[in-house]
Design a protein around this ligand. Structure first.
Ligand code: FAD
Length: 688
């Protein structure tokens, strides 16, 4: 009998949708030995999710792929609300900005999921040898519980099965519409069990099957709404399945509707609602909530797909949008899918197996959240797993994945519930019409939901990684993270925070490089590569008091026992774990980089001085004045801001409390065996 090959891998990712690819991108950027498998033979080519929130664009930008999405996508700038007038005829009742002005340097855009997957795949290939292994699915999962707390062990054993080409090709990928074959998304309805179909099919192709056994340190189940991984763990999604089916049409419309290139929410008097999403390449997506479900044996409702086709969806849109006409000659993609509004009971088992994306939350597509929140799950998780695998951080940080992301998923479902009711309900005829939906309420909810939907509002609670007041260190399921009451707990100094919110992502404003005067957005200085940033806002360094504090800080940071030396491996680059950045607000031309302590401009025998760590808040030649001190409310006395590898603020404290910084990192970073090569030294010269 042939022996089954066995191998070890640090991280095994199941599923190469947006959540799995985001995880793989972190692994690639952080140099982790990882594998990513998918049962499908190809990535998706069109259709599915399309909206990219501004926070997601910031994240893609941090991986160096934001510009591709920004350039290719359709930019959505305005939302038009259309409601019935007194005669029941739809009229534009309001216009509101699509993204709240000023919350990000990006605004919401739309581009289909296949392109976004493409950008990830390219980024992964560029940074590593990781490739999506397609036509591969797991068939068995075992966890050796006796090993889960042993950092160096491989407690997870997964048997993988390689599929035949036929198995890996979804059977229903296109529909004939007017003699034209059009790709559809029916095969991936998030309530239909396609995994079982595939397993059945595989029996026909025994010869093509081959198996291997993989021992992994960590396993990520990013395998969508039917998650095989979740089922193996016996974890459940809690919540309701709705009776609504969403019909989605991607068409090049031929219409006299004047706002077809705007995002529109159209409520008709009696024929339902449609969401219009203008897309790239003259495409427009229409989302229509249909109610064509049938009862199944267990009493639940299931989509009756046979009754839905592009014509049915189009006719619904025509009724809602009348008296305007809408039709098409070109149909790019369509789908009809039933959604459940559900959240996973747990996002992780032993902090060795993690679930992310649709595997732990499903909801309606209207607010364009599915892909965004799924990617943001693994954006939260990836750097944490990478730093534990590399031995930089302790395993205790992994508990914060559930405590941070499950709450977000719960908020998402609550938002979706409310929004669904308001979007799908019939507009109230008058104030006495109790069953109807008030359009004022709809607009208010829309505006309120805007901040949430942008992804910017995410505010992580107090934890090992977020030094702020509060004891919301629960894991998202009520259990407390054991470190909650540690005597060494560090808390930020709120009086210094200004407009920085500890727990939220740091806002971006422009600063100039001290050495070459080039303007940079602050977030551009924080690429996703797994490094922590300690940003010293040093104030006016021509002021003797500030200068004194800066000298003291540099001295302390260079100390043998301080975090920088203690937690950077001797073999690592000086800034591989922590990057020290300095932003001052003395006039740029009154100082040079040699007026700053060497810890901010590391010297390398081959590369010379590091010119990319010292920045100034001053006027640029061509791009105005970022005024980061004013915008963030940085006090004259300056402050230290610790920013996590995912750009969320961990801590804000005074410049002279360097001990707090070391204590903060001491709570979860690993003490390294040998002293690092970090240099400090030169004193700040007496600058004018
Ligand atoms: P998925 O994108 O589902 O990716 C999961 C991956 O895992 C897939 O590639 C799958 O092949 C693979 N996989 C599954 N099981 C296994 C297994 N056992 N072994 C190996 N691989 C496996 N969202 C919107 O915002 N707007 C929309 O218009 C919209 N339309 C949608 C239409 C459809 C038909 C569907 C299904 C979803 C739609 N969504 C939409 C939701 C959005 O696509 C998801 O929220 C998003 O893709 C979630 O990403 P994910 O990576 O978690 O899961």
């Amino acid at each position: 009998m042939a022996t089954i090959p066995e191998s070890n891998v640090d991280v095994l990712i199941v599923g190469s949708g947006p959540a799995g690819l985001m995880m793989a991108t972190w692994m690639a950027k952080c140099g982790i030995h990882a594998r990513i498998i998918d049962k499908r033979g190809t990535k998706i080519f069109n259709g599915q999710a399309d909206g990219l929130q501004c926070r997601t664009l910031e994240i893609l930008d941090s991986f160096g792929i934001g510009h591709r999405a920004w350039r290719e996508a359709n930019h959505m700038l305005e939302i038009c609300l259309w409601n019935p007038d007194v005669n029941g005829v739809i009229r534009r009742s309001d216009r509101i900005p699509d993204t709240i002005p000023g919350i990000s340097r990006f605004q919401q855009v739309v581009l289909h999921q296949g392109r976004i997957e493409r950008f990830f795949l390219d980024a992964i290939t560029e940074a590593s040898g990781i490739r999506v292994e397609r036509g591969v699915m797991p068939s068995k999962l075992e966890i050796d519980e006796s090993l889960v707390e042993d950092d160096d062990s491989y407690p997870i054993t997964v048997t993988l099965r390689h599929l035949t080409e036929e198995e890996a090709t979804p059977r229903q990928t296109s529909t004939s519409v007017n003699g034209q074959m059009v790709q559809d998304g029916l095969f991936r309805s998030n309530l239909a069990n396609d995994t079982q179909d595939l397993l059945e099919l595989s029996k026909l192709h025994d010869k093509a099957n081959s198996e291997e056994v993989v021992h992994a340190k960590y396993l990520i189940g990013a395998d969508g709404a039917h998650s095989w991984t979740r089922n193996q763990l016996g974890l459940k999604l809690e919540g309701d399945s709705t009776d609504y089916i969403w019909g989605v049409l991607d068409i090049v419309p031929i219409t006299d509707f004047p706002d077809i290139r705007m995002r529109c929410a159209i409520h008709s008097a009696n024929n339902g609602s449609v969401m219009v999403i203008p897309r790239e390449n003259k495409l427009v997506r229409l989302y229509i909530q249909l109610t064509t479900t049938e009862k199944t044996g267990d009493g639940s409702s299931r989509a009756d797909r046979s009754k839905i086709n592009p014509q049915v969806i189009l006719e619904s849109a025509q009724r809602i949008m009348a008296p305007y006409n809408i039709t098409y000659r070109k149909l790019d993609w369509w789908t009809a899918y039933q959604i459940g509004q559900r959240v996973g009971t747990s996002f992780s088992v032993h902090e060795r197996v993690f679930l992310a994306g649709d595997a732990v939350h499903t909801h309606s597509p209207k607010a364009g959240q599915g892909m965004n929140v799924s990617m943001q799950d693994t954006f939260n998780l990836g750097w944490k797993v990478a730093s534990v695998v590399k031995g930089h951080a302790k395993r205790s940080i992994l508990k914060t994945y559930q405590s941070e992301r499950r709450g977000i998923a719960q908020e998402l479902i609550a938002f979706d519930h409310k929004f669904s009711r308001l979007f799908s309900g019939r507009p109230a005829k008058d104030v006495m019409d109790a069953e109807g939906i008030s359009m004022e309420e709809f607009k208010a909810a829309f505006l309120k939901g805007h901040m949430f939907a942008s992804g910017i509002a995410v505010n992580y609670g107090a934890s090992l990684l977020v030094a702020k007041k509060g004891s919301n260190e629960a894991q998202g399921d009520g259990r407390q993270v054991s470190v909650a009451n540690s005597p060494d707990k560090v808390t930020s100094d709120e009086s210094l925070c200004g407009d920085i919110t500890v727990g939220m992502r740091i806002q971006s404003h422009k600063v100039l490089n001290q050495a070459d005067a080039r303007p940079w957005h602050l977030q551009e200085l924080l690429p996703s590569n797994g490094r922590w940033r300690v940003i010293v806002f040093a104030g006016n360094v021509n002021n003797s008091e500030q200068r004194g504090k800066l000298e003291g800080l540099a001295q302390d940071f260079g100390n043998q026992n301080a975090f920088l030396r203690a937690s950077t491996p001797a073999s690592a680059k000086h800034d591989e774990v922590f990057e020290l950045l300095l932003i001052h607000n003395a006039p740029r031309t009154s100082v040079t980089i040699f007026d700053f302590p060497e810890v901010f401009r590391h010297f390398d025998e081959i590369d010379g001085w590091d010119y990319n760590k010292i920045f100034v808040d001053d006027v640029s030649y061509h791009e105005g004045f970022g005024n980061i001190y004013g915008a963030l409310g940085i006090p004259h006395s300056g402050c230290i801001v610790i920013v996590r590898p995912d750009q969320y603020v961990s801590y804000v404290g005074p410049m002279d409390d360097t001990a707090a910084v070391s204590r903060f990192f001491g709570g979860f970073m690993t003490l390294q065996q040998q002293p690092s090569r970090v240099q400090t030294g030169l004193k700040l010269k007496n600058a004018q």
